[in-house]
Design a binder for this molecule. Sequence first.
Ligand code: FO1
Length: 322
Amino acid sequence: MNLVVIGGGVGCARFVMGLREHVRRTGGRDRIDVVVNTADDWWVSGLRIAPDHDSLLYALAGVNDLTRGWGRADESERVSGELAAWGTAPAWFTLGDLDLGTHIARTAWLREGLSVSEVYRRLGARWDLGVTLHPATDAEVDTHVLLGDREPIHFQEWWVRHRAQLPATGFTQQGIEQATPSPGALDVIAAADVILVAPSNPVVSVGPVLAVPGMRQALAAASAPVVGVSGIISGSVVRGMADACLAAIGVDTSAEAVARHYGARVAGGLLDGWLVDESDAAAAAPLNAAGISTRAVPLWMRDAGTSARLAADALELADTLA
Ligand code: FO1
């Protein structure tokens, strides 16, 4: 089967690794494509940083820093100190030496005129990922955070420098009106047998993918069922600061509220199905009534086994909806 995942960042990486493990355990005949959020991306010291992509790339390649959740394992930071000394990169944004290798290669290819899609292909070709990564769009659509009467700031500054503690009133992706979905994203969505929405940040990782003009239409027109996985368990985010993002757009931090935020496909929204943790089983009845077929399963991804089990649960729900 053709399996497509929408998302980006650490939660998506864990989920995709679980899906890859499930595919391997069941004969390895299924194809996995990921439509990756690019709105986290940022220009620093003349280099293009792509956090949601690089978290997936490094995790699937097995070279990721397991504790921080971003960047490379066995990292050093000699160059980062120099960039801070020259003042071309903020001291609060750590760029590891190995990580800089990726940013330099990516920027070199972009300067040669390659598309982001082509850059993804070249970066992924170095390792046997078992998964194909596609940018949601080849256009630059950086998320900026609205801060009421203050000037908006880039998402990375809000997230890293201010730890999402500056009260935000909203998020915009600059330039998104001119963006179109990447050719790869449209192709894999149209050919999908199942579309899975990863337990990523609904606002700054999944939201910007859906905000690309034409993306919602492509997903609505797809013949595949669309099943999402909650990144919130018992009212708390599993990791990251999605609660600050959800609060900024007036959505409660709950598995039920996020599903309603995505909307039922039968009512013009995104979801046919939704997985919540067993501790949130009470959300199933109201969401089923709203047209989102909801199941309560263990959502914690602790290791390859639990992640593969979660992926299998999502595919089983999709199978009932196909
Ligand atoms: N997150 C931090 O909290 N501190 C950092 O210094 C930092 C550097 C960094 C460098 C490259 C990269 O790809 C990601 C990096 N991140 C850092 C993570 C990143 O800011 C966020 O995890 C994502 O953008 C959120 O989805």
